[in-house]
Design a protein around this ligand. Structure first.
Ligand SMILES: C[S@@+](CC[C@H](N)C(=O)[O-])C[C@H]1O[C@@H](n2cnc3c(N)ncnc32)[C@H](O)[C@@H]1O
Length: 239
């Protein structure tokens, strides 16, 4: 197993207050997902950090799926609402409920080969309605270096950086929180994998920062993050 979230669930929850996650991943995802009135699947939902936010911002129903029982136990305890559900499932292989939108923050980086990437996208395609979309965030260290001050530092463990290169993602608040492993895929490979399975061309989205993020830290603090993010946001429509 790549990262054992049965053991990491509690410590990983410290990542929820990091500036990049709270003030940029959240508002950017919400902007691209457009939850209002939709049935949303949040894949690799963890403790429901994003799942509950889709419901709070108007989703008809928001369903989190994860294969770590410790994460789902936290989700049911701290991020429960009548319009939120949690399901124990392996999102690479298990049948998933029908959805208007699939949100997959950093999930594609759990595929260790192009074959696994294709398998995951294929499974997403089976549960999406026609005209539905996948919204993802992927690690993209090629585009810049995430700075520790924002919360995340990405190290390429296998050079040269290419499809399947292993990454180490270190998360920091006032101290080191956790190291997790992930795999890199180029934007072209991700694009090709979606197109192979009958999706539209990918749209790549620029990150935004929420007003409260600017208020707390100022525009100068975010300048490097916004001009050179080490993550990339995409959406792809099922045709
Ligand atoms: C880095 S955590 C992110 C959790 C949550 N999205 C967040 O940002 O707080 C990745 C999550 O994906 C889950 N995960 C990894 N592989 C999975 C799989 N094959 N099926 C379902 N969940 C998976 C892990 O258990 C973990 O909770």
């Amino acid at each position: 197993m790549l990262n054992d979230f049965e053991k990491l669930a509690d410590v990983y929850s410290r990542s929820h207050s990091l500036p990049d996650k709270l003030y940029s991943y959240v508002p950017t995802l919400l902007k691209v997902v457009e939850p209002s009135g939709k049935t949303i699947l949040d894949l690799g939902c963890g403790d429901g950090f994003y799942t509950v936010r889709y419901a709070e911002t108007g989703a008809k129903i928001s369903i989190g799926l994860d294969n770590a029982k410790a994460q789902l136990a936290r989700a049911i305890t701290i991020n429960q609402r009548p319009d939120v559900r949690y399901i124990f499932a392996d999102v690479f292989t298990d049948t998933m409920p029908p959805a208007d939108v699939i949100a997959a923050p950093f999930l594609l980086n759990y595929a260790s080969t192009q074959g696994e990437l294709q398998q995951l996208i294929d499974n997403m395609g089976r549960s999406l309605i026609s005209g539905g979309k996948v919204v993802g965030i992927v690690d993209m260290p090629i585009r810049g270096s995430a700075a520790r001050k924002y919360g995340t530092e990405t190290t390429v463990l296998r050079q040269p950086l290419g499809d399947g290169s292993e990454l180490r993602i270190d998360l920091f608040d006032s101290a080191h929180i956790i190291s997790i492993r992930a795999f890199f895929f180029t934007q072209e490979t991700i694009q090709h994998a979606f197109e192979q399975l009958g999706f539209s061309a990918l749209t790549w989205h620029n990150p935004i920062v929420s007003p409260i993020g600017y208020e707390l830290f100022g525009a100068e603090y975010w300048a490097q993050y916004l001009s050179n993010p080490a993550v990339a946001y995409f959406s792809a429509e099922k045709l």
